[in-house]
Design a protein around this ligand. Structure first.
Ligand code: NZQ
Ligand code: ZN
Length: 390
């Protein structure tokens, strides 16, 4: 087990009715003027926005609104939000929505606290040490941004989708009511199941350290998500299933399933450029296509670990004489599960054909970037992974 620092400062209110806690708790976190930030309208249709506003009013907490965050949140709207917050003296960002809304709020918070454009940090490859406080009312279990130290945004001028990683961007508070995810479509529910699994799997397959406790926590989360995922797809209003998915979304990306491991996240980095260039590709759908292909490509470097996952999570019988058979069976079972929950597993299903590969690979390998994985992944290796997903 490698040395690690574990700090998960987000205060979580979980369960039915937590919206009533919002106003007074934002005040407790020092808010005097709030930006109420949301997406394309789902929070209006479900009536959640009205509940949030009622709670802010009850606490006499002034606020302004900015909706319109798109999936793969865009820098142009973040800049607009930043100007608005500066002009209005906003000191607290409240995101009501999924990962895109949370990440848009985080980026505004970074700009606000540092008196600069948030993209400057991406350009200079530095991490901000400050961020204005961010709170989350989560409506989609997926990205884990409600407790994570990541902020992923898309520059709509260059189509580059990049992340800021800093302890400063962890939200101070999250209000998690599983009922607020009942209206999520089957497709977005599937994307969320895959993304939640991936945040744990990317920490599981690092090849750098043996951490039995961390592995077993990861496997428990994966099994619970596997089963709750099936149940939520079958019955979108299954409270227990939605509750499991929501809590798993947070725990999968708050680092608890990665303690003692080195963070690399190669499949995420490959995927971000796919959804950066192809705005219609949801992050979870891109991962569903890429992860099994990446697994096939690197399997030979960690056969026993892939066999362990296959056996403990996907129920494949362990073949001790030929563990590679078990490992391959696990990847097949994972692909079958993704198909079962309605997720794509080929590049073609994402609408991407081989003549479009170079444009995306150029972004991933910009400036000679080589991704860390079991072996370094440059343009040639990434193309091979795409091919395995054809
Ligand atoms: O915009 P609205 O109308 O709200 O509709 C959204 C959107 O169209 C809809 N939706 C959300 N909650 C709903 C709902 N529809 C009905 N009922 C509800 N309760 O779902 C659509 C997708 O929303 P989005 O926020 O984009 O999805 P998700 O939560 O999966 O977030 C994806 C973004 O997070 C980034 C991804 O790259 C992507 O940009 N990630 C952020 C991470 C982080 N900051 O830690 C880590 C992840 O690995 C990921 O990269
Ligand atoms: Zn993700």
């Amino acid at each position: 087990m490698n040395n690690f620092v574990f700090c998960t400062p987000t205060k979580v209110f979980f369960g039915r009715g937590v919206e009533a806690e919002i106003g007074k708790n934002l005040r407790a976190f020092g808010a005097t003027k709030v930006l109420l930030h949301y997406g394309g309208g789902s929070v209006k249709r479900t009536g959640l926005l009205d509940k949030v506003i009622a709670s802010l009013n009850e606490a006499n907490l002034p606020f302004i609104e900015l909706g319109g965050v798109e999936p793969n949140p865009k820098l142009s709207l973040i800049r607009k939000g930043l100007e608005l917050c500066r002009a209005e003296g906003v000191d607290f960002l409240l995101a009501v929505g999924g990962g895109s809304v949370v990440d848009s709020a985080k980026a505004i918070g970074v700009g606000l606290a540092n008196g600069c454009d948030p993209w400057d940090f991406i350009e200079s490859k530095t991490a901000p040490t400050k961020c204005a406080p961010v709170g989350v009312v989560l409506t989609l279990s997926a990205a884990g941004s409600e407790m994570s130290n990541s902020d992923v945004i898309t520059n709509d001028e260059t189509q580059l989708k990049r992340g800021i990683t800093s302890e400063a961007v962890r939200p101070v508070v999250a209000f998690l009511n599983p009922e607020n995810t009942f209206t999520v479509s089957k497709f977005q529910t599937g994307c969320g199941i895959v993304d939640t699994m991936m945040h744990t799997l990317e920490r599981y397959f690092t090849g750098d350290a043996d951490c039995d406790l961390t592995d077993r926590l990861a496997e428990a989360l994966l099994v619970a998500v596997r089963d709750a995922g099936r149940a939520a797809i079958a019955n979108p209003e299954d409270y227990e299933a939605r509750a499991t998915l929501m809590w798993a979304s947070s725990l999968s990306h708050n680092d608890i399933t990665g303690c003692g491991k080195i963070r690399k996240f190669p499949v995420h980095k490959i995927e971000h450029d796919i959804s950066g260039v192809h705005d219609n590709v949801s992050h979870g759908a891109g991962l569903s296509v890429l992860f099994p292909a990446w697994a096939e490509y690197v399997l030979q470097y960690d056969v026993m670990k892939f066999a362990q996952l296959a056996n403990r999570v996907w129920g494949v019988e362990m073949n001790f004489d030929h563990p590679e058979v078990t490992a391959c069976g696990g990847i097949r079972a994972m692909r079958a599960y993704f198909k079962e929950i309605g997720m794509p597993t080929t590049m073609k299903e994402l609408g991407i054909t081989p003549d479009g590969y170079d444009e995306i690979i150029e972004k991933t390998t910009l400036g000679g970037t080589v991704l860390k994985s079991y072996i370094p992944l440059g343009a040639k290796e990434i193309r091979e992974i795409y091919r395995l997903a054809e």
